[in-house]
Design a protein around this ligand. Structure first.
Ligand code: 4BW
Length: 145
């Protein structure tokens, strides 16, 4: 938990509550949808970041978006999973945090999104800020006050 007794939790950096990149399930832009669905299913998460080989952040991929992309008129066309790339259907317009941003900015973005990707000056993916991490700290602080 980060110290908040002086009431400055939201002035802390997003760095303090970040799940670092090596612990975040992700896929590569060039992966096919079959691989992406496998990673999503195995990790248990509904949406995960999409990175390139240099670890730059390109967007998000989610199970609903994948299923929507292989929805035929009368059936789900699972055969198409292997033919389509993550880059074709990923969500590119996503909110982002800079590694030096405050938790206040993170809180504002987490109202509408379950997690926010964090990047550095070069656009390299550093990790994510989740609703759970922030709520856990707010709750813990509340219990101690
Ligand atoms: O596999 C799971 N392990 C744990 N510990 N919790 C899980 C798992 N799957 C779901 N949860 C819980 C978390 O509380 O359900 C919430 C919603 O999951 P989501 O969105 O819809 O898959 C989780 O809330 P959260 O920890 O605040 O995480 C919010 C979102 O952030 C998740 C997921 O899209 C993403 N995420 C979190 N940790 C991640 C991750 N993506 C990739 N790798 C991680 N390590």
């Amino acid at each position: 938990m980060i110290g908040t007794h002086d009431g400055n939790l939201l002035d802390s950096s997003v760095k303090d509550l970040m799940i670092s990149s090596e612990r975040v399930a992700h896929v590569q832009v060039a992966n096919n949808l079959e691989h992406a669905l496998l990673v999503l299913t195995k990790s248990g998460y509904t949406a995960i970041p999409v990175l390139d080989p240099m670890y730059k952040l390109h967007g998000l991929i989610s199970t609903p978006v994948i299923l929507e992309s292989i929805l035929g008129l009368e059936r789900i066309e699972f055969d198409n999973l292997a033919n389509k790339k993550v880059s074709e259907i990923m969500i590119q317009n996503i909110p982002r945090l800079h590694i030096d941003d405050s938790l206040k900015k993170g809180l504002e973005l987490l109202i509408d999104h379950p997690f926010i990707c964090i990047e550095n000056d070069e656009g390299v993916f550093e990790g994510i800020l989740t609703r759970r991490a922030l709520l856990k700290n707010v709750y813990s602080e509340e219990l101690q006050s």
